[in-house]
Design a protein around this ligand. Structure first.
Ligand code: NAD
Length: 458
């Protein structure tokens, strides 16, 4: 089906009101859960073919996360849908006010390639829970995953309610030409700007889940081995191709050498002496990204790792030291297994450095000092902060996930996903029985008197 026919069929379906009842939304969520569980082997295999990601990583970051979102939504949909009573002022009595959550209508969800299932299906849970129809635009880059998503969605859902479309920029543009009521985009800052520009022509509301350089500050007062383990896990999960991976480390200069040694030892513990042989380490998604990463490594001092093999799209975790803030690797989101380790002298200097760059999607702080934690929380801005861990903030259904400034706008997960795809309609319901004639023309009440009454009733 072409983009226009697909959109029209979903429009007609939404207008019939079928997506609105709680029972329908819950049933759709349960269908999605069944689909994901039944397709689990194909999902893990497809991601394996696309980026040789270990199954444990794919299970926890895709299947498990989607199921958690579904279970949470199913438990709460009925209460999220309830009208919210609000107080009404004396002037509006007799009457009552409430906020009625209603679906936007037809949602377009555009996904990236790095977590191809989770980043389409978690937003989809929100869109279903809120009573919308959805078109999922799958990224063209993870091609095995793309095929599985398309097949799975078409087997379990009617296309007029939920459909998945493969394709690149051109197909996305065709979809953007339709009159969707909500656009949920996950991807790069550059494409995010294109999406928002297009949405602006119709004043379509958008959520933009973008990327950026997420800093990781390491202070001297933490256990270095634990910090190194948690940083290596977050950085080299999916071979660094994670939007909230620590992009670079800022370590206090007095512990730099010990910290680098700790990172190196951790990598050997994780992946053994020959990382290429490890079944627990992934590959770069394609040749273009492989070469981009090689360019970022050029002229850098590699402390450890960084071996490459182009035919396998393999880049070993690379610890870079003495990195200049002006070097190319510090100018763009790395999105791969290169970890620049920079130093700072005082916390002021670290904060100043972070503030000189666009607001990141995530900020990681390894510190046990309350004063340090407070300063970082108050003096920097980022989509999320994780103190003494990496990545795990994204797994919580009670913490909204999203960026700020260049790292995006809007957020989702848990109830926030429902809120994202919901319009909160204000309703004022007045009685028809009593009518205060003083508000109508001709205005006979002296203004002085009116002001006094207004002050009294508030
Ligand atoms: P991308 O922006 O290149 O592509 C995202 C989607 O946009 C794809 O479906 C693609 O087909 C489409 N697209 C690409 N060019 C387009 C164009 N000119 N017009 C219309 N549509 C177009 O991103 P990517 O390479 O797939 O993913 C990597 C980026 O996504 C990184 O920057 C990463 O940080 C970010 N990301 C963010 C999150 C998050 O949750 N915030 C999660 C994952 C990835």
């Amino acid at each position: 089906m072409d983009a226009e026919s697909l959109y029209r069929s979903q429009r007609a379906y939404f207008m019939k009101g079928q997506t609105r009842p709680a029972e329908f939304r819950i049933r759709q969520c349960e269908t999605l859960k069944r689909a994901v569980l039944e397709y689990e082997p194909q999902i893990l295999a497809a991601i394996g073919k696309d980026m040789r990601r270990p199954e444990t990583e794919s299970y926890t970051s895709e299947v498990m996360m989607i199921i958690k979102e579904i279970d949470h939504a199913v438990r709460h949909i009925r209460s999220w849908m309830k009208p919210i009573r609000v107080r009404t002022s004396w002037m509006l009595r007799p009457g009552k006010g409430y906020i009625l959550p209603e679906p936007y209508g037809n949602a377009l969800i555009i996904g990236p390639w790095n977590y191809p299932f989770q980043l389409l299906l978690c937003p989809l849970v929100g869109a279903i829970a809120a009573g919308n129809t959805s078109v999922l635009k799958i990224s063209e880059i993870a091609e095995h995953s793309a095929k599985v998503i398309e097949e799975m969605v078409s087997r379990y859902f009617e296309p007029e309610c939920i459909a998945a479309v493969q394709g690149g920029p051109e197909e996305t543009q065709h979809l953007l030409d339709q009159e969707f009521d909500y656009i949920f985009f996950t991807g790069s800052v550059a494409v995010g700007k294109i999406i928002m520009g297009k949405a602006a022509t119709r004043l379509t509301p958008v959520t933009l889940e973008l990327g950026g350089k997420s800093p990781c500050i390491v202070t001297p007062e933490v256990r270095l081995e634990t910090a190194a383990r948690r940083i290596c896990w977050g950085k080299f999960f999916n071979a660094g191709q994670t939007c909230i991976a620590p992009d670079y480390v800022l370590v206090q200069e007095s512990i730099r050498d010990a910290f680098l040694a700790s990172l190196r030892d951790t990598l050997t513990q994780f992946y053994g002496r020959d990382i290429r042989e490890s079944a627990d380490y992934g590959r770069i998604v394609n040749r273009r990204h492989f070469r981009r990463l090689l360019r970022l490594m050029e002229n850098q001092k590699v402390y450890f790792g960084g071996e490459t093999n182009e035919s396998e799209l393999f880049i070993a975790p690379a610890l870079l030291q003495d990195v200049s803030p002006q070097s190319p690797v510090m100018q763009e989101e790395i999105f791969g297994p290169l970890l620049p380790v920079l130093t700072y002298r005082s916390l002021d200097e670290a904060i100043h450095f972070i503030r000189s760059l666009p607001n990141p999607l995530a900020l990681y702080l390894f510190s046990d000092k309350k004063a340090t934690q407070k300063r970082i929380l108050q003096e920097t801005s980022s989509g999320s902060v994780n103190i003494n861990e990496t990545l795990s903030q994204v797994t919580s259904t009670t913490l909204p996930f999203g960026g700020v400034g260049e790292s995006g706008m809007g957020c989702y997960h848990g109830e926030e996903s429902f809120r994202t795809f919901t319009h909160y309609k204000s309703v004022l319901h007045r009685s028809i029985r009593f009518d205060n004639s003083t508000k109508y023309a001709p205005y006979r009440t002296p203004l002085k008197y009116l002001k006094r009454v207004m002050r009294l009733i508030g």
